[in-house]
Design a protein around this ligand. Structure first.
Ligand code: FES
Length: 336
């Protein structure tokens, strides 16, 4: 029988999403960007408990011993083990803020490393099936390999808690990057993850347009945020400014940034080639000025502005934005 689409209504949050009869209620919700509580995805932890208020569900995994008989007779069920069999109405708690997500320690395995060039790598880690990472788009984690640890923003969307992507620039001060570029970290290496950390997250209820400004690998958390906004079906206009060193032809995932055009109705992408001397920290104000000059200030002033640039650039650029009419409440920033 071909799958059917059903409406899932979250009664206590006034939210709806469509879920296929082939997907668990949890998978459908995560795919639509909802911050649902979950951990194992296989019926053992009980974290994804919800109450069925109306409608029918179909058990697709037979592990519901995380629930007591009393909870079951009260309408409680595990979202990872059941798919909708009709339109349904549920009651459940969503993750309200970053503080309510516990710090998790997960032993991951390197699934893939792509060296984009001599000095930039994209690494994908895989969590065990029974221990996916719960996080909000835009957050960071600490990665440890043997005795080295570094902190990176997640480039992936929370709807894929089992496959986690990070963008790493080779830098002598970054010990994890050094291990990666010297090939000590390779496919199937074990990497310990601790997180999530940080508060660089999306203002999901805001109706303002969204301006995202990234410098180089600041693209990683911006990608997580933009793709999360897309799965939430937010229709706020999106403007993405991606600053990159002018000695490179284009930003390293230029085509990916362009491809958002196909899935978002109101999306504008502007790469900004910046000329500067990489070896000089004194050039930061110059980079900030180049980025600032490329912005459409009228758009910026009426938007929430998400800024992910080096700390030194952030100071100058933040000042320029605030001096030119942006209110502090509109600025959401994270240094890389
Ligand atoms: S996520 Fe663990 S029981 Fe559903």
């Amino acid at each position: 029988m071909s799958p059917q689409l059903f409406n899932v209504r979250l009664k206590n949050h006034d939210r709806n999403y469509e879920c296929s009869s082939n997907d668990s209620v949890l998978e459908g919700g995560l795919r639509h960007g909802l911050a649902m509580h979950y951990e194992c995805s296989n019926g053992t932890c009980g974290a994804c408990k919800a109450k069925l208020v109306n409608g029918e569900i179909n058990q697709i995994k037979h592990h519901d011993f995380a629930l007591s008989d009393e909870e079951k007779s009260d309408g409680d069920f595990l979202m990872c083990c059941n798919s909708p069999a009709s339109d349904v109405e549920l009651e459940l708690d969503l993750i309200g803020d970053v503080q309510s997500i516990p710090i998790q320690n997960i032993e991951t395995k390197v699934k893939k490393i792509v060296f984009m060039n001599d000095d930039l790598a994209i690494i994908t880690l895989r969590t065990p099936r029974s221990k996916t990472l719960q996080f909000m788009a835009g957050q960071d984690v600490e990665l440890s390999f043997k005795d080295v640890t570094s902190r990176y923003p997640l480039a992936s969307c929370p709807c894929h808690g089992m496959e986690l992507e990070f963008h790493v620039r080779n830098s002598p001060e970054d010990v994890f990057a050094t291990a990666l570029f010297s090939k000590k970290i390779k496919n199937k290496s074990m990497v310990d993850l601790e997180g999530p950390k940080g508060v660089f997250v999306l203002k999901e209820l805001s109706k303002k347009s969204m301006v995202f400004i990234a410098w180089d690998i600041g693209f990683a958390p911006i990608r997580s945020l933009v793709e999360h906004a897309f799965s939430l079906e937010m229709d706020n206009p999106v403007y993405f400014y991606w600053a990159y060193p002018s000695d490179e032809q284009a930003p390293y995932l230029d085509n990916h940034a362009k491809s958002w055009q196909a899935v978002m109705n109101d999306y504008t992408y502007s790469p900004i080639a910046c000329e500067f001397d990489r070896s000089s920290k004194n050039e930061c104000h110059k980079v900030a000025k180049q980025i600032f000059n490329a912005l459409d200030l009228e758009v910026v002033k009426r938007s929430d502005v998400y800024l992910c640039v080096p700390a030194e650039v952030l100071i100058y650029l933040g000042e320029l934005l605030l001096e030119n009419g942006l209110d502090e409440s509109q600025l959401i920033a994270s240094p890389i």
